[in-house]
Design a protein around this ligand. Structure first.
Ligand SMILES: Nc1nc2c(ncn2[C@@H]2O[C@H](COP(=O)(O)OP(=O)(O)O)[C@@H](O)[C@H]2O)c(=O)[nH]1
Ligand SMILES: [Mg+2]
Length: 305
């Protein structure tokens, strides 16, 4: 299955919920009238587009309705697609896979369980498919199992792994990994981090320390910092992102587990609020279940029947 097919499948719960909602809106209604916007509100909120994005969409709908530009269901759906596409248009940034830095140093951040380690495995696989030499850094040293999980991914996709003992200083593992990447001429280093510390301040302080230590080896590194968000969390993913975004330097977002949720609409307010591009979305647990995000495809599939 190609990327679009996988994205379609991954978004099917969300698009299913939306199309059911639209069904309701058109039940017993022959043409588009003022009441449509009101009923649409519930549908969009249910799909986790959030209040702000929903309001913006409703304004557009009300506007078009008053100008009699919406004739029927089809024209309404086209208007929705167009608006959402505009809203999730990604600011210009070099796609991760096309970065020229060597070694490219990528820090992966997010709370526990959102899919960081799995996403590293999948990203590693994409880089390997491009013939890149990949090195994983096991800087989530909280649990032995976290290191083992990354080791399994490294074996599976043919990446090298730098690991220390459980409980070691994550910054020390990161430092060694970047050194090793230079010595071994690796193309890309993917750094796994812990999402679990007693307080968020501690977590942030630890990430800042890692960045400083990495920059001692390569001054402009880490080149990219990815924030991983779990799509099944819906609006909570948004509040999580808000916490992390208080610290500067996040360059990319990845939204995981779209396949397991009808709340995939949350991508819209995430982009709207942070203006940080979503590079990829996760649509399953396997190594080929990471899909490059594309605004037009997303908008099209979100409102696909
Ligand atoms: N269905 C689905 N499961 C995922 C996806 N990404 C990660 N997972 C699962 O989520 C769980 C937590 O992932 P993990 O990578 O260990 O999260 P971490 O704690 O952030 O490193 C694992 O069971 C993964 O297989 C996804 O895109 N779809
Ligand atoms: Mg992990």
């Amino acid at each position: 299955m190609g990327f679009v097919g996988k994205l379609k499948k991954g978004l099917s719960k969300t698009s299913g919920r939306l199309s059911e909602g639209l069904e309701r809106v058109f039940l017993g209604r022959k043409e588009i009238d003022e009441g449509v916007a009101e009923e649409l509100e519930e549908v969009l909120i249910e799909a986790d587009l959030g209040v702000r994005a929903t309001d913006e969409i409703l304004e557009m709908i009300a506007d078009k309705t008053s100008r009699e530009e919406l004739k029927d269901r089809n024209s309404l759906i086209s208007a929705l697609k167009e608006k959402v596409r505009e809203m999730v248009m990604i600011p210009d940034i070099t796609p991760l896979m096309e970065c020229r830095e060597k070694p490219l140093i990528v820090l992966i951040v997010g709370v526990n369980g959102v899919g960081k380690t799995t996403t590293i495995g999948k990203l590693g696989s994409l880089f390997r498919a491009r013939g890149k030499k990949v090195l994983f850094c096991a800087a989530d040293t909280f649990r032995a199992a976290a290191i083992e999980q990354l080791a399994i991914w490294a074996d599976r996709i043919g990446a090298e792994l730098i690991r220390h003992k459980p409980g070691a200083d994550p910054s020390a593992v990161a430092f060694d990994s970047v050194q090793a990447a230079l010595n071994r001429h690796a193309d890309v280093v993917l750094i796994d981090t812990a999402g679990r510390l007693h307080t968020k301040d501690n977590l942030m302080a630890q990430l800042e320390k890692m960045k400083r230590v990495i920059a001692k080896v390569i001054p402009d590194a880490p080149h990219r910092t990815l924030l991983i968000l779990d799509g099944t969390n819906g609006q909570n993913a948004l509040s999580q992102a808000r916490e992390f975004m208080k610290s500067p330097g996040f360059t990319d977002l990845i939204v995981t587990k779209l396949d397991g949720t009808a709340r995939g609409g949350v991508i819209v307010p995430i982009i709207q609020e942070f203006h940080v591009p979503i590079g990829f979305v996760g649509v399953g647990e396997q190594e080929d279940d990471l899909i490059p995000f594309n605004a037009a495809e997303f908008a099209e599939l979100l409102f696909a029947d």
